[in-house]
Design a protein around this ligand. Structure first.
Ligand code: ZN
Length: 379
């Protein structure tokens, strides 16, 4: 949400994006303190942790009550006790949590889980610059931990969007891409990520904003995702001719993205691996033979569920797309057995040859002596 802030250094009033607003209720007085999900600093002089205007503080206190009265589901403003649960049963004041972790880290400075929680506490308390260094250290200690990539990516992308600090764009993309990859493959350590779907959706949508790509993610119900394909598509098994791949580009993308990511992580993958997997999905979609098949299956079903209000796919549509890609992979024969995968790499890099001349030159260079009749337009 947007709220008005007043800089106590340069005196300028400004409207800033707050993220979720945590209202700390204090035991003794009517006093409240506010902790924001997003970094709050003066747009004009850069002063960190500037305060909301008195009017906004009133709004933070009453808005959740009003929203409750009109039955709005969730508020971006929530009240918490001034204490937070720090260990299983131990409570500690939010304000004192950073000191608590600092002490704990003295004993064991390379405990990445404690370090991560320390970073989260710093960030929520508005000490964002300090949190950045802590997250970088967590990345060094455990490169598979998802949280630091998510948090760094979100902090940097917020700086780009809210404060126009373009110098953070590259770092934002780098961290969010890594977070997306780890979340998508469910391979990373998920410490401090409570809601996988909400996290993935934030990462994907933030990254899409930065890359200006047209992919968005809304969480889908897990039971629908885990059920058979026939329950979420039109049951017609009639195969359809695909003249223009653009017509089914979302389905093609949902297959090619996991294929590409899988290849990047498993260097021994060849076109043949992809062809076999697509063939096995054609034979028995609901029971893939291996991990790649499973990832493709989930990706296709997620796409179908996300688009169900916009387009109804039939069983035959999906099988036709699978067969079409399988044939495409077969066409891209090359000396090193990864002609199709290399083509896919160019596609994801955005450097795919477009004109017949460019395609011809590409084939001569990358895939010797093969006639290719398949032409792919930009997706
Ligand atoms: Zn200022």
């Amino acid at each position: 949400m947007k709220a008005w802030f007043l800089c106590d250094n340069c005196g300028k009033r400004q409207k800033l994006e707050t993220g979720t607003v945590m209202v700390l209720e204090k035991k003794d007085a009517h006093e409240h303190e506010f902790l924001f999900g997003e970094e709050i600093k003066c747009r004009h002089c850069g002063k960190e942790r500037i305060a909301p205007t008195p009017f906004e503080t009133m709004r933070f206190l009453f808005k959740p009550l009003l929203e409750k009265m009109i039955n709005k589901k969730e508020s971006e403003i929530f009240f918490v006790n001034e204490e937070t649960i720090i260990e299983e049963t131990k409570r500690i004041k939010w304000k004192e949590a950073t000191a608590y972790f600092e002490k704990k880290l003295e004993e064991n400075p390379n405990d990445w889980v404690t370090l991560l929680r320390y970073g989260n506490t710093l960030q929520r308390n508005g000490h964002v610059n300090k949190a950045l260094g802590v997250y970088e250290k967590v990345k060094q200690l455990n490169p598979n931990c998802v949280s630091p990539y998510v948090n760094l990516g979100n902090i940097f992308s917020h700086r780009v969007k809210e404060y126009g600090e373009k110098q953070f764009k590259e770092a934002a993309i780098e961290n969010l891409s890594k977070a997306e990859e780890l979340l998508f493959n469910k391979k990373g350590d998920m410490q401090t990520i409570n809601d996988y779907d909400a996290c993935l959706s934030e990462v994907v949508n933030n990254l899409s904003g930065l890359l200006k790509r047209n992919i968005f993610y809304e969480p889908v119900p897990l039971d629908e995702l885990n059920g058979p394909l026939l329950e979420i598509v039109n049951p017609s098994k009639k195969m359809v001719p695909i003249h223009d791949m653009n017509e089914y580009k979302t389905i093609f993308f949902s297959i090619e993205k996991p294929v590409f990511d899988y290849w990047k992580q498993n260097s021994e993958t060849t076109d043949e691996t992809i062809i076999k997997n697509l063939e096995s999905l054609k034979q028995g979609f609901d029971n893939p033979q291996n991990e790649l098949g499973e990832q493709i299956k989930r990706s296709i079903k997620t796409t179908i569920l996300l688009n169900k209000d916009k387009k109804e796919y039939s069983y035959g549509d999906i099988m036709s797309c699978i067969v079409r890609l399988k044939n495409l992979a077969k066409h891209h024969e090359s000396f090193d057995g990864i002609g199709y995968l290399k083509w896919l790499e160019r596609f994801f890099e955005g450097t795919i040859p477009q004109t017949p001349e460019e395609i011809e030159e590409y084939i001569k260079k990358e895939e010797i002596g093969h006639e290719i009749t398949t032409k792919r337009g930009a997706q």
